[in-house]
Write a protein that binds this ligand. Structure first.
Ligand code: ATP
Length: 362
């Protein structure tokens, strides 16, 4: 059992505030992913949980127990890093059993625990090999095995897959998820890769400049991003942001105008406290899959600047659209650069962002 509760966590390095007042609870058994651009504080937050760093302010509790002053070794957790740091002169089995040996676990029990972890990770046949005789993926599996044998109640992963090639990453992602399903242990995973976050997490925590921008399930973040930052960070290709202007404000909805719009005026349902006024600059957020070549009541005129074949479909780019760069996904007859098109907009799926970046649409 391991529930991790962070309250009012701030971490300063000298005058620099790397973590700024974070409140977050990772529930027992949850797979939480911390994601965000380089330098946003993901690793620092993980190191605070691990006990490698001490918070400047705030409290960390594991299952109600304040862990201030408890060293990493006393926290019943295991951390897996990007660099596996296996001991080159030891076999896989010795590497996996090393922490247990240090902890004084008897040899027979060590052997049982190593064998069990090896079986879970399907590396039994590699147990006698040295690290240099393993592939990158196998080494990463050994590093995870080394964490599993300790039977921790919390796993911390810091970008564990970033040294692996694309194919192996996909495979290891699936293995880690399977491992989580079997062990049901709380896992906190740090990555800058939003696809990793989307595919693995029960809950994604998006960080920027030491603060939480939004925490929620992958579908919540994708469909109801709190703000423009989250909307642009989650999703590939990225959401399109088109510069628009408010032309009418009515209860529960606003009408906007944007360059290149054909068809009916665009009315967007908005939250009660949107704070928008006529003439305000806003941005319309449209995911690539919500633009199409189908005739719709609302259309955007655009000229395709280039198209990319992505297997079974194309990503069509309109780089010089006056409202902003556009990308859409298109399956069907090929579209060539230079072609002028009318793109149908799925208005119900669009988002509206105020100049502050907050999402104001419902
Ligand atoms: P990346 O994805 O590049 O690893 P990150 O989100 O994990 O980035 P952190 O490593 O947590 O970011 O760093 C957050 C900020 O704190 C960065 O600006 C970094 O330079 C700073 N920082 C981290 N550790 C220290 C330290 N020991 N002393 C001073 N500044 C630090």
């Amino acid at each position: 059992m391991s529930r991790v509760e962070l309250s009012g966590i701030t971490k300063r390095f000298g005058a620099f505030e790397a973590i700024r007042g974070i409140d977050l609870t990772v529930e027992d058994g949850e797979f939480a992913v911390f994601v965000g651009p380089s330098g946003c504080g993901k690793s620092t937050l993980l190191r605070l949980i691990c006990g490698l760093e001490v918070p400047t302010e705030g409290r960390i509790r594991f299952d109600e127990r304040d862990v201030r002053g408890v060293p990493p070794a006393g926290r019943r957790l295991a951390m897996v890093f990007q660099s596996y740091a296996l001991y080159p002169h030891m076999s896989v089995a010795e590497n996996m059993g090393f922490a247990l040996r240090m902890a004084g676990v008897p040899k027979a029990e060590r052997a049982v625990r190593v064998a069990r972890a090896a079986e879970t990770l399907q590396i039994t046949r590699l147990l006698e090999r040295r690290p240099k005789e393993l592939s990158g993926g196998q080494r990463q599996r050994v590093a995870i095995g080394r964490a599993i044998v300790r039977e921790p109640s919390l796993f911390l992963f810091d970008e564990p897959l970033s040294n692996l090639d694309a194919e192996l990453r996909v495979e290891m992602r699936a293995e880690l998820m399977e491992l989580h399903r079997r062990l049901t242990t709380t896992m906190i995973y740090v990555t800058h890769d939003q696809i990793e976050a989307m595919t693995m997490a029960d809950r994604i925590v998006v960080l920027r400049d030491g603060r939480i921008e939004q925490a929620g399930s992958p579908t919540t973040l994708y469909e109801q991003p709190a703000n423009r930052f989250v909307a642009s960070f989650i999703g590939s290709p990225r959401m399109n942001f088109l510069a628009a202007r408010v032309t009418r404000v009515e209860p529960g909805r606003v009408t906007i105008d944007l360059p290149g719009l054909a068809g009916e005026p665009l009315r967007i349902a908005v939250a009660e406290r949107h704070g928008l006024r006529i003439d305000d600059a806003v941005e319309l957020g449209i995911r690539p899959e919500h633009l199409s070549l189908e005739p719709r009541a609302h259309r955007l005129q655009a000229r395709i600047s280039f198209s990319e074949y992505v297997g079974g479909a194309w990503h069509l780019h309109a780089g010089d659209h006056p409202a902003g760069r556009l990308v859409l996904r298109h399956a069907g007859t090929p579209i060539h650069a230079g072609q002028a098109l009318e793109l149908g907009i799925d208005v119900a799926a669009c988002h509206l962002f105020a100049a502050s970046g907050l999402r104001v649409s419902v």
